[in-house]
Design a protein around this ligand. Structure first.
Ligand code: DX5
Ligand code: ZN
Length: 221
C-alpha cells in the first residue's frame, strides 16, 4: 500500500491572505504546500518567488513546501529556494542546460529533487538520472495556469512512470499536477500517482464566508 499525499497549489489561493489560506488547507488535512513559480519566460505567467516561500516559513508553516519551478534558467533559483526553506524542488528538464547538475545542486542543498514532465515531454529524460530524483511530477495540463482540464493521455504516461519507478526499486514519489478533481482522483491514483496537486479544486471550493470551506473537498480526496 502506497501513502497518498494531497498538495494544494497555492496558485489558486487568495494571495492577499496567503498565510491564512495555507494554514487553513493544512488544518483541513493537506500534506504538502505546492508552490508554483512562474517567470513569464519559460511559461506565460508571473507568480511568486523565494521571498514568499521564506515568508511562509516565518509565518510558521512547517509542512513540506514543494517548489515547482517553471523558470529558465533554473540553477540560480535553486539556491534561493534552498535558502528560503523549500523541501522539494522540481524543475522542467528542457529549462535546464545541465539536468544532472541541477538535480545535484538540489540534493547538495539538502532538498528533495524532482523532474517535471510537460504533456509532450518524454520520460526518456529519466534514463540516466533515475537515481538522482526523489520525485517525478507529471503535468496533466500545459504549465502556466490553474483551472485547466486534465489531459486524459496523462493516465498512460502515469502508468509508464509507475512501471519505471517500481522497476528501479527506488523511493520516488509520483506526483500529478493539473485538473485534478474529486471526480477523477480515483482513476489517477489507479494509474499510479501517489501525490496529488490540486489548485482550483481546493481553493475555489465552498463559500468564502465558511471558515471550514476546505475541509470537505480535502476529505473527499
Ligand atoms: C499549472 C500549475 C498547477 C496549477 C494546477 O502550471 O503547475 O500547479 O496550480 O491548478 P489546477 O488544479 O486548478 O489545475
Ligand atoms: Zn504546479
Amino acid at each position: 500500500t502506497r501513502d497518498f499525499l494531497i498538495a494544494p497549489s497555492i496558485l489558486s489561493a487568495d494571495f492577499a491572505r496567503l498565510g491564512e489560506e495555507v494554514d487553513n488547507v493544512l488544518a483541513s488535512g493537506a500534506d504538502i504546500v505546492h508552490f508554483d513559480v512562474m517567470d513569464n519566460h519559460y511559461v506565460p505567467n508571473l507568480t511568486i518567488g523565494p521571498m514568499v516561500c521564506e515568508a511562509l516559513r516565518k509565518h510558521g508553516v512547517t509542512a513540506p513546501i514543494d517548489a515547482h519551478l517553471m523558470v529558465r534558467p533554473v540553477d540560480r533559483l535553486i539556491g534561493d529556494f534552498i535558502e528560503a526553506g523549500a523541501s522539494y524542488i522540481t524543475f522542467h528538464p528542457e529549462a535546464s542546460d545541465h539536468v544532472d547538475r541541477s538535480l545535484q545542486l538540489i540534493r547538495d542543498g539538502g532538498c528533495k529533487a524532482g523532474l517535471v514532465f510537460n504533456p509532450a515531454t518524454p520520460l526518456a529524460y529519466l534514463d540516466h538520472v533515475m537515481d538522482k530524483v526523489d520525485m517525478i511530477l507529471l503535468m496533466s495540463v500545459n504549465p502556466g495556469f490553474g483551472g485547466q482540464a486534465f489531459i486524459p493521455g496523462t493516465l498512460d504516461k502515469l502508468r509508464e512512470a509507475r512501471r519505471r519507478i517500481d522497476a528501479s526499486g527506488l523511493d520516488i514519489r509520483l506526483e500529478i499536477d493539473g485538473g485534478v478533481k474529486v471526480d477523477n482522483i480515483a482513476e489517477i491514483a489507479q494509474a499510479g500517482a501517489d501525490t496529488f496537486v490540486a489548485g482550483s479544486a481546493v481553493f475555489k471550493a465552498g463559500s468564502e464566508a465558511d471558515p471550514h470551506r476546505y475541509d470537505s473537498v480535502i476529505r473527499e480526496f
